[in-house]
Every structure is written in structure tokens, then in C-alpha cells.
Design a protein around this ligand. Structure first.
Ligand SMILES: Nc1ncnc2c1ncn2[C@@H]1O[C@H](COP(=O)(O)OP(=O)(O)OP(=O)(O)O)[C@@H](O)[C@H]1O
Ligand SMILES: [Mg+2]
Length: 287
């Protein structure tokens, strides 16, 4: 190996974020996936945003979706709970099975699917209501037979917010800081007892301390939930996720379309990616 190549390898390794995921490493082979995605194509009108995506998502794992802007991460995330159905002119081809059943089966109720697969958005979006009502409203609408005070306390505790808000549950959710509002949105998402939480850049609007709190919370929640998180922060993917999927924009067929380049354990993707494009992205050479 020439001196030049050796130093290039060393530089590449040095630029890769260190993987420090909490908990035991996941096996390369996934035994019990909660989602199985096969040959997924997605269109906004005539624009194809995703092409040929195949992916399995592991139960009680955190899966990070990474890739440059416009490569279809949000689109893919929103396919998982059929949130894209709400956008006129969109079309899906291929198959997504959730817990062994095809989610694009017309007989399946999308509302029930979205209860089982909750979502947290980039910008905290609490309802213009009290802290208490933000948690209580969806369980009420869903007719859940629970002691509401207990449920509110349980969700806020699980979202690591209880101690900060227990004395002001009737205050407006907007009186909270951005980081607190995002934890409230996570508490709200878990109030209807979902199995999966989809998170689209949940910490990108937060300061570093609030970001770490959200990451700690995700590691804590994966005992009971499956989490799929979109992030632009490579360090964050390397800190919290068990598996990482790298998407990219492909223009080899004359149109710009999102493709899944590779997916593996976060350890594998961040230490020995198989595709040069992945390495270039995680080491900050493009994107
Ligand atoms: N509602 C929409 N209508 C039409 N095209 C859309 C819509 N939402 C996204 N797109 C297009 O689909 C492609 C993928 O967008 P998407 O938002 O999924 O990317 P992303 O990877 O999440 O990007 P970012 O990192 O900037 O959030 C882009 O070309 C985008 O312009
Ligand atoms: Mg996005």
C-alpha cells in the first residue's frame, strides 16, 4: 500500500463518528422485524421520490435514516404509517408489512395504523391546550378506559418531563421551552400506547443539552418501543441507533430519485461501510 493510500484510510477512519449506542450490539441478521419493506416506489404526482427500497426494521431497536437533503427520508418515514395518503396525487408501489400484515391493504384502517405507529415531528407541535390535555386528548378520543391522571403522570414520567411540569399541568403547553415541548410531544405520542414511534429530526431545533436529553429518552424508550429516527447529525446516529440506513439521491437514470444505498448495524455502517457513497457521506465529504 502506498503511503498516500495509507494516509487516506487513516484520515477516513479519523473522520467517522464513534459508535457508542447504549445496550448490547444487535446481531447483523434480524430475527423478528416489525416492518418489512419490499420494492417500495413512491411518487408525488409524476415525480418519483423513492425507488426500489427494501428494508427491514427491527423490533425494540432504534433505526436511523440518514442521507443528504431531498433523498426521501421524510417521505419514507411517512410511508410507514401511511401519512402520505393525506397528500393529494401521491402513489405507492411495492409492499410494506407491519407486524406481518400489509399496511397498504385497502381494508386496513389508516387511523388505527397511526395509533399503533406514532409520529414526532421536527418542530415541536403541541396542541394549543394545557400540558395535561396534550396527553389526555388522544386517549379520550380513542375511548381508552384508563385513569387519566395516572396515564398523564406515566407518560410525562416516561418522557422525562414529569418533575419539571408536575406543579403546572394546567398551564399552556406553549409556556414550555422548545426542548420541553418536544418531550411533551413524545409523551403525547406514547399516550395512545403505540408500538412504533417515528421521529423526523426530533432534536434539530434544540440546543445541545436538550438534544442529549431527547437521545437519552430514545435509548430508554427502545425497551418498549420500536423507534425510527431521521437525523442529519452523524454523531447522533452513531450515539443512539442500532441500525443505520443511508439514502441518497440517484440521477443515473436521468431523473433525481431517492434510493436506499445500504443498511446495516450502526457499527458496520460507521466502521466499514460497503459503499463509497456511504463513507463519503458519514465522513462529511458530501451532503
Ligand atoms: N408534498 C410534496 N409534494 C411534492 N414533492 C415533495 C413533497 N414532499 C417532498 N417532495 C419531494 O420529494 C423529494 C424527497 O423529499 P423528502 O422531504 O422526503 O426529503 P428528505 O430526505 O426528508 O430531505 P430533508 O433532509 O431536507 O428533510 C424531494 O425532491 C422533495 O422535493
Ligand atoms: Mg426531511
Amino acid at each position: 500500500m502506498s503511503e498516500q493510500t495509507t494516509s487516506a484510510v487513516t484520515e477516513s477512519q479519523a473522520r467517522r463518528p464513534e459508535v457508542t449506542t447504549v445496550g448490547p450490539p444487535v446481531p447483523a441478521e434480524m430475527e423478528n422485524p416489525v416492518f418489512v419493506v419490499e420494492n417500495l416506489d413512491f411518487y408525488y404526482g409524476s415525480h418519483q421520490a423513492l425507488r426500489g427500497v427494501n428494508m427491514k426494521i427491527g423490533r425494540n431497536e432504534i433505526t436511523a435514516l440518514i442521507g443528504p437533503s431531498g433523498c426521501g427520508k421524510t417521505t419514507f418515514l411517512r410511508c410507514l404509517n401511511r401519512l402520505n395518503d393525506l397528500i393529494a396525487g401521491t402513489r405507492v408501489r411495492g409492499r410494506i408489512d407491519f407486524a406481518g400484515k400489509p399496511i397498504y391493504d385497502p381494508s386496513l384502517a389508516a387511523i388505527e395504523l397511526r395509533r399503533r405507529i406514532g409520529m414526532v415531528f421536527q418542530k415541536p407541535n403541541p396542541f394549543p391546550k394545557s400540558i395535561y390535555d396534550n396527553i389526555a386528548i388522544a386517549p379520550k378520543v380513542n375511548g381508552m378506559k384508563v385513569n387519566m391522571d395516572d396515564l398523564v403522570e406515566e407518560c410525562l414520567t416516561r418522557a422525562a418531563l414529569w418533575d419539571e411540569v408536575k406543579g403546572k399541568l394546567k398551564a399552556s403547553a406553549f409556556s414550555l421551552s422548545g426542548g420541553q415541548q418536544q418531550r411533551l410531544c413524545i409523551a403525547r405520542a406514547i399516550a395512545v400506547k403505540p408500538e412504533v414511534i417515528l421521529m423526523d429530526e426530533p432534536a434539530s431545533a434544540l440546543d445541545p443539552l436538550a438534544t442529549i436529553r431527547i437521545e437519552d429518552l430514545m435509548s430508554e424508550l427502545k425497551k418498549d418501543y420500536t423507534i425510527v429516527v431521521v437525523t442529519h447529525n452523524m454523531q447522533q446516529a452513531a450515539r443512539v441507533s442500532d441500525r443505520t440506513a443511508f439514502f441518497n439521491v440517484d440521477d443515473s437514470q436521468g431523473v433525481r430519485t431517492g434510493v436506499l444505498v445500504e443498511m446495516g448495524t450502526t457499527h458496520q455502517i460507521f466502521t466499514s461501510p460497503t459503499d463509497q457513497r456511504t463513507d463519503d457521506y458519514i465522513t462529511g465529504r458530501f451532503g
